[in-house]
Design a protein around this ligand. Structure first.
Ligand code: FMN
Length: 156
C-alpha cells in the first residue's frame, strides 16, 4: 500500500507528529509539507492522511486549500485525518468543524495528535495571544505518541 501524509503547521509540532506517524506505517510512505511543497499526483496513493494544526478555530490554510482543490479525488481514497491543537477537550469537536464533511464521512480514522507550545519560535503576536489565552508562560511539548500509534494501526 502506498501512503501519502500531507500536512501543514506553523511552528513545527505538526511536522514532528507527521514524522512520528510515518515511522508507524509498515509500507512505503511519502511525506509532503504543504507549506513548502506542491502535493504529488494523488492517483499513485492508496491511503491519504491529511493533518494540520488549529489556530483560532481553523486548520492551517494550506490544508484547507489541499482539501478543497482535491475534494473529488480524495473522496475516492482510503483516508485518515488528524489535528494538532491545544484544546484537548475540544479536539474531537474541532476535528468535525475543520475538515470538509465529505472527507469526514469517509475517513477510516480521525486523530488528535497533541500539541506543542514553543514560545521561542512564535511571532510576537502569537506569543501574546497564547499567553493570554492559556495563562501559561512555559514551553510545552505534549505530542500524543499513543494516539499516533492507534491512528496508524486503524489504517495500516
Ligand atoms: C495564536 C495561537 C492560536 C491558537 N488557536 C488554537 C485554537 O483555536 N484551538 C486549539 O485547540 N489550539 C490552538 N492553538 C494551539 C496550537 O494548535 C498548537 O500549539 C499546535 O501544536 C501548533 O502546531 P504547529 O506548531 O504545527 O503549528 C493556538 C496556538 C497559537 C499560538
Amino acid at each position: 500500500m502506498r501512503t501519502l501524509i500531507a500536512f501543514a503547521g506553523k511552528y513545527g509540532s505538526t511536522k514532528k507528529a507527521a514524522h512520528l506517524l510515518r515511522d508507524k506505517f509498515s509500507g512505503e510512505v511519502t511525506l509532503v509539507n504543504l507549506t513548502e511543497e506542491k502535493p504529488p499526483d494523488l492517483d499513485t496513493f492508496d491511503l491519504v492522511v491529511i493533518g494540520g494544526s488549529i489556530y483560532a478555530g481553523f486548520i492551517r490554510p494550506e490544508v484547507r486549500k489541499f482539501c478543497r482543490d482535491n475534494l473529488a479525488t480524495l473522496t475516492g481514497k482510503k483516508l485518515g485525518l488528524f489535528v494538532c491543537c491545544g484544546l484537548e477537550n475540544k479536539a474531537e469537536e474541532q476535528i468535525k468543524t475543520v475538515f470538509p464533511r465529505e472527507l469526514l464521512s469517509r475517513a477510516m480514522a480521525t486523530g488528535y495528535f497533541g500539541y506543542e507550545v514553543n514560545y521561542d519560535q512564535m511571532s510576537f503576536l502569537d506569543r501574546i495571544i497564547m499567553r493570554l489565552v492559556s495563562g501559561q508562560k512555559e514551553n510545552q511539548f505534549c505530542l500524543r505518541e499513543e494516539n499516533i500509534e492507534k491512528f496508524a494501526a486503524e489504517l495500516d
